[in-house]
Every structure is written in structure tokens, then in C-alpha cells.
Write a protein that binds this ligand. Structure first.
Ligand code: ROI
Length: 161
């Protein structure tokens, strides 16, 4: 059984509805169990500023899916919620589900980079992750608490509807 943290992001088509639907879908994943869901946050867009603020959260699961099997499942959820995956790497999206951490694995393959690219610097990842995993240590031995202490909030606020 592996422990995995998944980042959720949405800034289109009712982000609250997207997030709640995605969490329900995660609860239906095979060989997996949702252990915890962080509070929802509102964040300023990283990338082009001419897009909506984002809803961000982090979900903890236990799973016996492999990293690639989990990635396939997450991409299927994104697709089912209307994600258009093309040249909008820095643009608005209905739903993004990214594997942040998978146990202490370090993976750098064509489809998967774990720990997730740049997570050490993203307030909208670090703060919700810290809410549900305050004692977490990254595979490179960095303490999550230190990363949070060095990360500006950049306007990040809790977002309750
Ligand atoms: N910006 C914020 N605030 N939150 C995200 O989840 C997010 N996701 C992205 C880009 C476009 C980089 N910007 C983001 O993919």
C-alpha cells in the first residue's frame, strides 16, 4: 500500500463543482482509498494573468495502483470533466489532477515527474499539503514545514463557499 498526494486545480466551469466531482471520482478509484482532503484555497494564476483565480487543494490517498496506473486514472477523470489537453500548458483549465508525491519515489520519465515539477515553490501546493501533512519530508530530505516557511502566500486564501 502506497501513500500518494494529489494536487487539484481548477479555474473554469464552476471550480467548486469541479473539485467536488473530482473528489467523488477519486473516492471511486480502484485499489485506492481517499484518506484526507485539504481545505480549498483560492490562488492567483501562475502564468498568464488574464485568467480566473484558481481553486486549489490536495488529496491524500492510499493505493496499490502503480504510479503510471494512477496517472492513467487521473487523466481519465480529467477527460471526463471536460479537460482539453492541448497547447494550453499555462492556460485556464476545468480540472488538473497531478501526482505530487508517491511514497518516497523519484521518477523522471516522459509521462511522469515525481515529486511534481516545481512543487517546492508553489504556494497553492505547499499550503494545502501542509494542512494535511505537517510533518512531511520530501524524498530529497527537505522538510515541508521549511518550504512553507520560505514560500510567500502570494494572495493565497482559504476559499469556502
Ligand atoms: N496557477 C494556480 N494558481 N493554480 C494552479 O493549479 C495552476 N495550474 C497551472 C498553471 C496554468 C501553471 N497555473 C496555476 O497548470
Amino acid at each position: 500500500m502506497s501513500i500518494c498526494y494529489i494536487a487539484l486545480g481548477s479555474n473554469l466551469e464552476d471550480p467548486f463543482a469541479q473539485a467536488n466531482q473530482a473528489i467523488m471520482a477519486l473516492q471511486q478509484l480502484p485499489q485506492s482509498k481517499v484518506i484526507d482532503v485539504s481545505p480549498f484555497y483560492r490562488s492567483k494564476p501562475l502564468g498568464p494573468q488574464d485568467q480566473n483565480d484558481y481553486l486549489n487543494a490536495v488529496i491524500k490517498i492510499n493505493t496499490t495502483l502503480s504510479p503510471i496506473e494512477l496517472l492513467d486514472q487521473l487523466q481519465a477523470i480529467e477527460q471526463s470533466q471536460g479537460r482539453v489537453r492541448k497547447d494550453n500548458r499555462w492556460g485556464a483549465r476545468t480540472l488538473d489532477l497531478d501526482i505530487l508525491l508517491y511514497d518516497d519515489l523519484v521518477i523522471d520519465s516522459e509521462r511522469l515527474t515525481i515529486p511534481h515539477y516545481h512543487m517546492q515553490f508553489r504556494e497553492f501546493v505547499l499550503y494545502p499539503l501542509f494542512d494535511i501533512a505537517p510533518t512531511l519530508v520530501l524524498p530529497n530530505n527537505q522538510k515541508l514545514s521549511d518550504l512553507v516557511a520560505n514560500c510567500e502566500r502570494n494572495g493565497l486564501i482559504r476559499w469556502n463557499k
